[in-house]
Design a binder for this molecule. Structure first.
Ligand code: NAP
Length: 133
């Protein structure tokens, strides 16, 4: 099962957030990634392979039907996205980012997310939120 998300799934984490007018799209793609990663965990060991694919800009009709002309902006071909996705599936990658050369960046992102959850899931307020008056 390959769910096509987008690099915009990650943009909500970066200030100033998703591009203007892309809030629902970015949120839906973030859902797609989180849902897919969770389902992949639930199906581990069953033989069903699950992947979230996060392309950047791809040369399809996606933007032109929205009235945007991105023809002068370099974009990945759809064929290359498919090549990356199938290679990632064969390699057992749950999260495929076709344009990402350094996959350790994804591991560092996951580590940072784990660190936030592990250090923040406690019964006491963070110091900066404690009442000062
Ligand atoms: N292009 C990019 O830069 C880019 C980047 C990252 C992620 N993505 C993701 O890649 C996926 C494919 O997009 P694409 O770039 O290939 O766009 P596309 O060329 O516009 O193709 C979109 C496809 O979705 C179908 N579709 C649209 N609305 C639908 C609906 N309500 N019900 C059923 N089918 C519907 C369209 O069918 P019809 O032709 O019949 O309308 C078309 O076949 C999308 O999930 C998109 O978010 C695209």
């Amino acid at each position: 099962v390959i769910n096509v998300a987008s690099l915009l799934a990650l943009s909500g984490l970066m200030p100033p957030g998703p591009l203007p007018h892309r809030a629902v799209y970015a949120a839906a793609k973030a859902f797609t990634v989180a849902f897919t990663q969770a389902v992949a965990g639930e199906l581990a060991g069953t033989g069903v392979r699950v992947q979230a694919c996060l392309p950047g800009l791809v040369a399809t009709e996606f933007h032109s039907v929205q009235g945007m002309d991105l023809s002068k902006i370099p974009r990945m071909t759809a064929a290359d996205v498919v090549t990356a996705s199938l290679a990632a599936l064969a390699q057992g990658e749950v999260t495929c980012v076709p344009g990402l050369d350094d996959p350790s960046l994804l591991e560092r992102l996951a580590e940072a997310q784990r660190a936030v959850v592990m250090s923040a899931n406690r019964p006491t307020l963070a110091h900066r939120y404690e009442a000062t008056g």
